[in-house]
Design a protein around this ligand. Sequence first.
Ligand code: NAD
Length: 357
Amino acid sequence: MSIFAEMAELGHEQVVFCRDDEAGLRAIIGVHSTALGPALGGCRLYNYANEANAIRDVLRLSRGMTYKAAVAGLDLGGGKAVIIGDPASVKSEHLFRAFGRFVESLNGRYITAEDMNTTVEDMNWIRRETRHVTGASTFSGGSGDPSPVTAYGVFQGIRACLEVVYGSPDVVGKTVAIQGAGSVGYYLAKFLHESGAKLIYSDISDRRLEKVRSAFGGTVVDGDAYYGVECDVLAPCAIGGVINAATIPQIRAPIIAGAANNQLDDERRDSALLEKKGIVYAPDYVINAGGLINVAAELKGLPAEKAMADAAGIFDTVKRIVNLSRQRGISSTAAGNAVAEERINNVSRLKRLHLPG
Ligand code: NAD
């Protein structure tokens, strides 16, 4: 398929190809939509097998950011960037500053941030060339690690799902099984523990398990046994694709609500399987929007407390979307998409009114 045909299919405004051979830079910036505001999305560094894969990834991811920002009620559009290269060997000041200059050339239409294989330190290099970067360290004027805000949003989303299923958002005595005791998983465990939940963890890292268990108690379940564990909520906070045709038949929890991106292996098929089993699924891009809410606050110069307060709104958003999916008999992911599209259309319509000056 031609690039223009792919852009048309997914609704992209602009795709920018960036090259600087001396810096070893080959990057693609996808600006999916600026209908609600500047296109914000992380910069992923990945050794793509070929250019077509890199293009597909940037198009898919940037579109996802549009929906995420729209559902979260932010004045941001959707964008994403990919740098093609091996994270183990290509990273340098030169590379990230070269990328930063391309970001600057878009004059704020695209704002970058951390993503897979890019770090706070990399953002600090980019920041030397452009203001249009978020997620840099607090020393460099950024908001630092977004994980606590993401975890707080997931905590609120879990409470919303509990209300839908049990009639009360109270987590006291409820059991939540967290897959991935990493940055987000650790803080999620903290919020749940402080609110009286019982915790179960699964992680491939014994060190991470030890850290979270010694802080908040709880038990550990090994590998694939995670999916069939008896609990009220499965909270996948590790990797994508874990909710799939093989794992869904094992699931006994009535709720799936976690931070991991792209939890459903195949959105259409797995949504239908979950619906058939009567499992309430909080769409990942809705419940994990806390990180984006955090950078939105950073962009407006608002304090971390404001980001936390805004992330509390994920409670209402998740509840609205789960209820809409039940009313319309559609998957929660489709319901989330409908809410996003309605907001994008309404706000875009407002902009037809010419405001002089
Ligand atoms: P992280 O790397 O800090 O933690 C991931 C944890 O998962 C690690 O402890 C790792 O050992 C564990 N893990 C990896 N593979 C596993 C497996 N097969 N089974 C069990 N455990 C496994 O990452 P993070 O920042 O906590 O992010 C977790 C997820 O949430 C990711 O999917 C990420 O994309 C998503 N997310 C994170 C944020 C954020 O603010 N950090 C925001 C939105 C979405």
